[in-house]
Ligand binder design. Structure first.
Ligand code: KMH
Ligand code: ZN
Length: 273
């Protein structure tokens, strides 16, 4: 089995610092958190950024600051900005981090109810996002919130907008999306083309069991405050690295080695630095 890639989604767009003071929101806090996650075994940082008021933003300037701070502290990490942003943002707004030409970025492949709102990704949006990423040489991570989104990604491949092999991230347990059950994860894994790579991001209490399944099945794992802020029931996390360290520890117990960022680049077909 190939080595395990651990992605740390350290901030997200939905959680508020006033509800969860340990959330890293400034570039300095994000850099510190990214470094600690790297030390604990993460090779990718999935990044959302916040403005001075702590609000979610896709403004290029804020991404630029966060990239700089993270690269100074942990230069070898793969930084994967979000193009999902927050529910209600426009496509142009969401696409801003792509102009920084990151190695990877997320590409959501369909619309989904998202709590009380709708996370909108029309076919036209998806094509425009894929085209922009292709033009800038950015590898998409295909975000799948429900099973039909796999087909939407394959439609982008047919149009020549995304190249195989694909890398999927199954985001499971969003209220409105596919529930985070073991059976559903198996179904998703069996539904992607051979040769694809995949990771799982279980929301809330599904994060840990789905992560363990991914370790065993040969997938990869995403953990962090974007998806879950509890270490266990009733015990909030102190930091993101705690969640990364637990996955790394379980992988070791289960005989799966954890990838360095350089090894992750090879697994994902990114340019090796
Ligand atoms: N915040 C969600 C509405 C991504 O990062 O690409 C979308 C999201 C997906 O988080
Ligand atoms: Zn995200």
């Amino acid at each position: 089995m190939e080595k395990l890639i651990i992605t740390a989604c350290i901030t997200g767009a939905e959680i508020e610092k006033r509800d969860f003071p340990n959330l890293p929101t400034t570039p300095e806090e994000q850099a510190q958190e990214a470094w600690a996650c790297r030390m604990a075994g993460a090779s990718i940082i999935h990044l959302h950024v916040r403005n001075e008021k702590g609000e979610s933003t896709q403004d290029r300037v804020y991404f630029e600051r966060a990239f700089k701070a993270i690269k100074e502290k942990a230069p070898d990490l793969i930084i994967q900005p979000s193009t999902g942003g927050s529910v209600g943002m426009t496509a142009e707004e969401r696409l801003q981090p792509i102009s920084l030409r990151p190695e990877m970025a997320t590409l959501s492949c369909g619309s989904v109810n998202f709590g009380d709102g709708v996370f909108m990704n029309t076919p036209q949006n998806m094509e425009a996002f894929a085209e922009r990423m292709k033009a800038e040489g950015v590898k998409p991570e295909i975000e799948v919130f429900d099973v039909g989104m796999i087909n939407n990604a394959l439609a982008l491949v047919k149009k020549g907008l995304v190249a195989m092999p694909l890398h999927f991230d199954f985001v499971m347990g969003v209220p409105g999306g596919i529930p985070g059950t073991p059976k559903n994860l198996l179904h998703l894994v069996e539904s992607i083309p051979p040769g694809s790579t995949w990771s799982v991001a279980g929301i809330g209490r599904t994060e840990l069991p789905l992560g363990v399944m991914a370790i065993i099945l040969g997938g990869h794992v995403r953990v962090g405050f974007e998806d879950n802020v509890y270490y266990k029931k009733g015990e909030p996390c102190k930091n993101n690295a705690q969640l990364v360290a637990r996955i790394a520890r379980l992988a070791e117990e289960l005989g799966r080695e954890v990838a360095t960022p350089e090894e992750a680049r090879v697994i994902l077909g990114l340019k090796v630095k």
